[in-house]
Write a protein that binds this ligand. Structure first.
Ligand code: ADP
Length: 239
């Protein structure tokens, strides 16, 4: 119980901390504008800063709301049979448009139909690809793949592995063993990534979405070599 309180206290303090910075910037800009009456050109610059910081605040609030809805079971998973190959192609086209020529995506896709919530799964995959891009430097090479691992037999005992695997692999900065244990906690960011854009909520959402589907998310990574995030889903039949 003490640990739970500790986690809650830490979470509240992280939320306050993350929101305080952009709000302080917006306040400072507004105060400056009303005191100094800057020129029209400067106004433009102030407006851009305010817009950027307000967008950041909005992103934090949106992600927190989504997380809290999921925690409280207030998000109903809308299952439907989806062709994973098609869904991933569409998501990757979006990502390609966002990142341009610096991003090279290769595919290892099996033709798989999965019983999933399209919207939630789209959020999950976007988060994984966004991270792969963000933590890869300039020339980004990633692999997106799916595989259906079927039940197989071992001498004497039957091993059941009827799962769908979906992975995003990058050749970016990699994640240390210690960080790998913490990156799924809200607001956790590794020391090295603090300078890049982000708020540390993406992987918490990814993990929650995986769990809502009865699945889990795994990370394999080596510093300086890259990372692979794999979603493992149970095979569900349409009801
Ligand atoms: P954000 O990217 O906004 O910081 P996330 O919750 O998505 O938040 O990720 C948490 C942390 O995990 C990141 O700050 C980064 O340190 C690490 N991380 C996530 N994905 C990768 C990746 N593909 N390569 C290297 N580090 C990663």
């Amino acid at each position: 119980i003490e640990h739970m309180f500790q986690v809650q206290r830490q979470f509240n303090s992280d939320v306050a901390h993350e929101l305080r910075t952009p709000v302080a910037v917006v306040l400072a800009q507004c105060e400056y504008i009303s005191e100094k009456k800057p020129s029209l050109e400067d106004y433009q610059e102030f407006a851009e800063v305010i817009e950027r910081q307000t967008r950041k605040t909005n992103e934090i609030i949106e992600k927190l709301l989504n997380l809290s809805r999921m925690e409280q079971g207030r998000i109903k998973v809308q299952y439907e049979m989806v062709n994973l190959q098609d869904l991933l192609q569409v998501i990757c086209e979006d990502e390609q448009e966002k990142s341009g020529e610096n991003l090279h995506i290769s595919f290892k896709l099996e033709p798989i139909e999965a019983y999933i919530d399209i919207q939630l799964m789209t959020i999950l995959v976007h988060n994984l690809i966004d991270n792969a891009v963000k933590y890869s430097g300039n020339d980004v090479k990633i692999e997106v793949g799916t595989r259906h691992t079927l039940p197989y037999c071992r001498t004497g005992s039957r091993q059941v592995e009827n799962k769908i695997r979906l992975w995003v692999m990058d050749h970016g900065c990699g994640i240390s063993k210690i960080d790998q244990k913490n990156i799924f906690q809200p607001f956790y960011r590794s020391e090295k990534s603090r300078n890049s854009k982000g708020i540390g909520l993406g992987l918490s959402l990814v993990q929650r979405i995986a769990e809502l589907h009865g699945g889990k998310i795994q990370v394999e990574s080596e510093l300086g070599k890259g990372s692979t995030f794999t979603l493992i889903l149970p095979v569900k039949k349409e009801v």
